[in-house]
Design a protein around this ligand. Structure first.
Ligand SMILES: [Zn+2]
Length: 282
């Protein structure tokens, strides 16, 4: 299978997954319809469905336009607030597109209806892929807008953390550099964090995506996947992994605020324009 990584808006990722033999395809998080249609056409793909991770507009605002352009299109998701939704998903539901299989993994917390998608191809030796939306990021996790530390703990340790370790992680945003800066604050002596941060900064300068990572890699540098590590426990002052998660997320929320200030006036103006049509950023 072919995964097209499509950068949209200022830091979102939209994905097009194509079964190379039949050209059957589905998208994950169609935020910009026009751009997706362009790539579908260029690839000669037959777009069957859109899988939406959650209802925030920067992940689904292209859905209504796509339904107009492709009347038979299925729009999947687990939240009634998703624009254009035609098929509501439940945990562990499986979908099939040619030889490509999708298992839907319910990962509520960032929003109460967040779904992640585990994808693999029949008879293919390639590593499976996880489209994790705003639940698991490279080096971090999504904000707890509608959920709890208990839920994110379950998401990252059980639901997603037990997938095959070579699973490739394709997330919803390019937040890698800022996530790893925080990871370095949590674990100043973690060499894997330093290496990945240097790598991500270089990619960032060249405007190249940092996705995918792998689940195995995340366990080495993502503090939200390292709740039982001594250094992470020390940083949070907690032992219980759910408490470690809770404190980490709180620290990350504050870290982001501090890091973002001060915003130059012109940039603040542009951001205010953007935020009119978009939900609060994660
Ligand atoms: Zn979101």
């Amino acid at each position: 299978m072919k995964v097209k990584v499509i950068s949209v808006l200022d830091d979102n990722y939209m994905y097009l997954i194509i079964e190379e033999e039949t050209k059957e395809a589905f998208a994950v998080d169609a935020s910009v319809a026009k751009k997706l249609i362009e790539i579908v056409r260029k690839e000669g793909a037959n777009l069957k469905a859109v899988l939406t991770t959650h209802h925030h507009l920067d992940h689904c605002r292209g859905n209504p336009d796509l339904t107009q352009r492709f009347p038979d299109l299925h729009i999947y998701g687990a939240d009634d607030r998703i624009g254009g939704l035609t098929h509501k998903l439940v945990h562990n539901q499986e979908l099939k597109f040619g030889g490509i299989n999708v298992r839907c993994l319910f990962t509520p917390c960032h929003t109460s209806g967040h779904m992640s998608f585990f994808v693999w191809e029949d008879g293919c030796a390639d590593a499976p892929a996880l489209f994790s939306g705003d639940t698991l990021f490279v080096g971090g996790c999504g904000r707890f807008f509608e959920g709890t530390a208990e839920q994110m703990y379950k998401n990252l340790t059980e639901t997603l953390g037990t997938l095959p370790s070579d699973t490739k992680i394709f997330c919803g945003h390019e937040y890698t550099v800022r996530n790893l800066k925080f990871a370095l604050k949590v674990e100043p002596d973690n060499e894997r964090v330093k290496e990945k941060l240097a790598w991500a900064k270089a990619r960032d300068e060249d405007d190249i995506p940092t996705v995918p990572s792998s689940l195995e890699e995340e366990f080495h540098y993502n503090p939200f996947m390292r709740l039982k590590e001594e250094a992470v426990q020390k940083f949070t002052g907690k032992m219980d992994p759910v408490e470690v998660m809770r404190v980490l997320r709180k620290e990350k929320d504050n870290f982001k605020k501090k890091e973002q200030l001060p915003i130059p006036a012109i940039l603040a103006f542009q951001l205010s324009l953007l935020s009119e049509s978009r939900p609060a950023k994660k």
